[in-house]
Design a protein around this ligand. Sequence first.
Ligand code: NDP
Length: 255
Amino acid sequence: SEFPENSYIFSTYAGVEKTLLNKTIKQPLVRLIDSEMTECMAEWCTAHIMRYHLDIDKFIKRKSKEWLSITKERPLAYQVSIGILGLGVLGQATASKLGKLGFKVRGWSRSEKKLSGVISLSGEKGLNEILKSSDYIILLLPLTNKTREIINKRSIKLLKNGVKLINAGRGGLIEEASIINGLDNGKLSACTLDVFNQEPLPSSHPFWNHEKITITPHISAPTRLRSSVKSIIENIKRLQKGKTPIGLADKQRSY
Ligand code: NDP
């Protein structure tokens, strides 16, 4: 081991799929759980939901000077279903924020959760139920062998027509070609993508030119220096008291 003196390694990232593959790390790996980062992610996802929910682009980002008359009533939050894949630290915070705004929120995880105002589902059946009935899908899963390309041709087929997809987890959660196909055949009406298989996203990538895709440069919840250092120190204090650190990654399940 390159770190023989250390009993634990603390990551400064929440996603540790690459670090877990590092064979020089023999010690237990602790991923970053930080309340400010969590809040950051919940705010970011909520903002992108609200952008679509209020049709902000249509009414604000107009190039013409046309006075758009409203043709139909827009739905209110309580009439809208949001499915969050990944109901961990970030997914739960996002679910709670959207729930407080009145949205119907369902989340999917390996183990079922007891959360107020959020329906928690698991397993293939739970996944299918969320895919079939959501107006928005938010991806906040870690990237593992089980979650890789979880959004693919099959899962997109199950969606209602016109679903909007927000990916803040990892690029590998979506199968890129099926996203473009889904946008072109109307299963998906828009996507906001913050994470990609290759970052920075190459300038030749077809995502850049697709008018229904919004790209952000992996900025949904960056590590925040002060609060993350505080969180790591708190975790070291737990260790010193003989407690297990929060956010211990599991090499077996790879998150
Ligand atoms: P957590 O480990 O707290 O949450 C992960 C969630 O995914 C858990 O609910 C877990 O289930 C669920 N999950 C994992 N595997 C499966 C599976 N096979 N089937 C169903 N559910 C599954 O992680 P965080 O919420 O802290 O972070 C999530 C991811 O967000 C990170 O792994 C990282 O990739 C990404 N991220 C992106 C950032 C950005 O800036 N874009 C910033 C920070 C993180 P269970 O609860 O049962 O364990």
